[in-house]
Design a protein around this ligand. Structure first.
Ligand code: NDP
Ligand code: GDP
Length: 336
């Protein structure tokens, strides 16, 4: 019988890749879209007609309950969130409402209407933001140090509590940063790949950055901490890990990562070199993009996922960034 998967946050980066993966596996995919006056969902436009879309908002529990009651999913992938850590200082309450309490509303709606559905929670490596150790795994204690990370700790522990209290098949994917051409411009990878593409093509009307200003001015990109370090992987591969987690015999949480770290500086070098430019001529540090706290540099040890799920990252950091620059060039050419 055809299985039904419900995805919250379907219009986002991960939701769109996951919807592609699940439709290719024969699932009936139902996606929750939040209402907006615009109808522009570029990440899923190619899936219109192949997936069912329902308007819903994780701020509205009655709404979620009704969607789950009607579609009776076998699997629920809860990806919706205010997902931008940098924005969470400016909007801590919105972040808590959506990212923390939104998860609780989804769990409660699932418990009431589809208690046998398997539930995936999009946990983040930010739950280890204040941890000093260099490598994190499933046993690392959760010490978050920004409003987003704290909201994700709440959501993760609430999911674990529903698993233990009600016997629900619920798991948390503790995902380290993962990127793609569908990444929002609020994140540093896409900001840099789009800027490199705009400068290479001489674009005069670049998209806006996270402060609502032109992304590049006088062929220069403004960034924050160039020494910041992340473990960056490819989003298309990470959604496969989400699906594998829900196929296990028992619910369990897994770290998904590459176990390799790179600096923002290195990212700049690779992205600008992809269009034969020297990043040092085009990147300036602007204090407005520095954060009140940084998460500590850490890599994710994915060996448990490798052993139990047969999952491992395939795409190198360099290939990922080059792919993103190339995609941004194609996008800008099409726009012209
Ligand atoms: P995106 O920001 O691309 O997608 C977030 C999605 O949530 C969007 O579809 C957004 O809708 C939706 N959303 C936001 N608020 C609401 C709301 N109130 N009601 C319903 N939907 C809402 O994130 P990603 O795809 O990158 O990430 C997916 C999940 O994984 C998120 O929970 C994120 O926090 C988590 N995560 C991501 C990591 C990463 O590196 N990408 C790392 C670890 C965890 P809209 O399009 O309308 O804005
Ligand atoms: P995050 O790990 O989910 O917060 O992903 P981001 O891509 O937003 O940030 C990754 C790292 O890049 C952080 O340590 C930031 O401090 C650093 N960074 C440096 N400059 C910028 C910038 O201009 N924008 C963003 N978003 N991050 C930046």
């Amino acid at each position: 019988m055809q299985r039904t998967a419900l995805i919250s946050g379907i219009s986002g980066q991960d939701g769109s890749y996951l919807a592609e993966l699940l439709t290719s596996k024969g699932y009936h995919v139902v996606g929750i879209l939040r209402r907006s006056t615009h109808y522009h969902h570029p990440n899923i436009a190619h899936l219109y007609g192949k997936i069912q879309l329902e308007y819903g908002d994780v701020l509205d529990e009655a709404n979620l309950t009704q969607i789950i009651r009607e579609c009776q999913p076998d699997e629920i992938y809860h990806l919706a969130a205010q997902s931008v850590p940098a924005d969470s200082w400016r909007q801590p309450l919105v972040t808590a409402e959506i990212t923390a309490l939104g998860t609780l509303r989804m769990l409660e709606a699932a418990r009431l209407e589809a208690p046998h559905a398997r539930f995936y929670q999009a946990t983040s490596r930010e739950i280890f933001g204040g941890v000093a150790q260099e490598v994190c795994d499933e046993e690392t204690p959760t010490i978050a140090n920004n409003p987003y990370g704290i909201a994700k700790v709440f959501a993760h522990q609430m999911m674990q509590t529903y698993r233990e209290s009600y016997g629900m098949f619920a798991c948390g994917g503790i995902l380290f940063n993962h990127e793609s051409p569908r990444r929002s411009l609020h994140f540093v990878t896409r900001k840099i790949t789009m800027a490199a593409a705009c400068i290479a093509l001489g674009v005069s009307d670049p998209p806006l950055n996270e402060l609502g200003e032109p992304l590049i001015q006088d062929r220069r990109l403004q960034l924050g901490n160039l020494d910041a370090v992340r473990d960056w992987g490819y989003a298309r591969e990470y959604v496969d890990a989400m699906w594998r987690m829900l196929q296990c015999a028992e619910p369990r949480d897994f770290v998904i990562a590459t176990n390799q770290c790179h600096t923002v500086r290195e990212l700049c070098r690779i992205a600008f070199a992809a269009v034969d430019l020297d990043w040092q001529n085009h990147v300036v540090v602007d204090e407005r993009f520095l954060r009140p706290t940084e998460i500590n540099a850490a890599r994710g040890d994915y060996s448990a996922a490798k052993a139990a799920l047969g999952w491992q990252p395939e795409t190198s950091f360099e290939d990922l960034i080059q792919m993103m620059v190339e995609a941004d060039i194609q996008l800008l050419r099409k726009r012209k």
